[in-house]
Structures are given as C-alpha cells and as structure tokens.
Write a protein that binds this ligand. Structure first.
Ligand code: HEC
Length: 138
C-alpha cells in the first residue's frame, strides 16, 4: 500500500470512529418522555365503531413506524435523531393508558411527536391506530 493510501485509510477509520462515538453519546443523552396529561373529558373517549386493525397496521407503517419502530419499541430509523425517546409501547406502563389518552396524544402531538388530526383526517382511522397500538402489548 502506498503511503497516501495508508493515510486515506487511517483518516476514513478515524472519521468512522468519530461518527460512531458521537452516535453513542447522542443516544445516551436521549431524554425519557415527561408525563403527558390528558383532559378528563378526553380520557374516557372510546371508538364510536369497531376499529379496523388492517387499516391501523397500514397507517402505522406509513406514519408512525419511522420513529416508533414496527412493533412500537421506539427503535425506528429516526429514533437516533430524536431528543426524546418515543417510548416502548409493549410495556404495561404504556398499555395502562386509556384508549382516550392514546387517541388524544395521537391527535394533538407534543414537541417532536407530530399531531395527526389534520394529517389523518378521518377519526376512525386514528381510532384504528389506537387499536393497532394495543396489539403491541407483550
Ligand atoms: C417524528 C417521530 C415520530 C413520529 C413520526 C410519530 N411519533 Fe409518536 N411519539 C414520538 C415521540 C418523540 C414521543 C414522545 C413525546 C413526548 O412524550 O413528549 C411520541 C409519543 C407518542 C404517544 C404517547 C406515548 C405515551 O406514553 O402515551 C403516542 C400514543 C404516539 N406517539 C403515537 C404515534 C402514532 C399513532 C404515530 C403515527 C400516526 C406517531 N406516534 C408518529 C415521535 C414520533
């Protein structure tokens, strides 16, 4: 190997190491989500008709999976760039929220979590997402 090639290789390896270490540090700094209060009248809301799970699954893949991951473990490809961890939806803590609470949070969003009232205009579709999030329970 020529000296110039060696230098290039060393530089490339150093750059990779820096990117890797920075990535580690960034994920170590990710904050845990703060409690997210929901108004009482919204907490008790329920789906008006039986939600369609297939629709929920399809919309999840399109709108939510990039951050939350396919199973809601918070491991989607965008996770590393989020300041706040999007949560582990398989846990009892997450699943203990009421349907109304999940619906409200999906609708309104907060900080890095987008609100979907306008992006997914049919409320039945957003209820389908709530039903789909229930299938993530472990
Ligand atoms: C850009 C990344 C991103 C996308 C896309 C995204 N979320 Fe989130 N989500 C987050 C983050 C970050 C949080 C934590 C926010 C907080 O607590 O401040 C969160 C929180 C939530 C919560 C509240 C969690 C809890 O503990 O109650 C629900 C419910 C939720 N998301 C549902 C969805 C649904 C449904 C979609 C798709 C329609 C979606 N999210 C798309 C990033 C995202």
């Amino acid at each position: 190997m020529k000296t110039s090639q060696k230098i290039t290789t060393v530089l490339a390896a150093t750059a990779l190491a820096v990117v890797f270490l920075f990535g580690q540090a960034a994920s170590a700094q990710q904050a845990k989500a703060k409690p997210w209060p929901v108004p009482d009248k919204d907490k008790t809301m329920k789906a008006p008709t039986k939600p369609d799970l297939a629709t929920g699954k399809e919309l999840w893949a399109k709108h939510c999976k990039s951050c939350h991951g396919s199973k809601g473990l918070g491991d989607g490809p965008k996770n590393a760039s989020l300041k706040t961890f999007s949560g582990d939806f398989s846990t009892a803590a997450f699943q203990s929220a009421t349907d109304g609470e999940l619906f409200y949070r999906t609708n309104k969003g907060r900080d890095e979590m987008p609100g979907y009232e306008k992006k997914i205009p049919d409320a039945n579709d957003r209820w389908a997402l709530v039903a789909y999030m229930r299938t993530m329970k472990k």
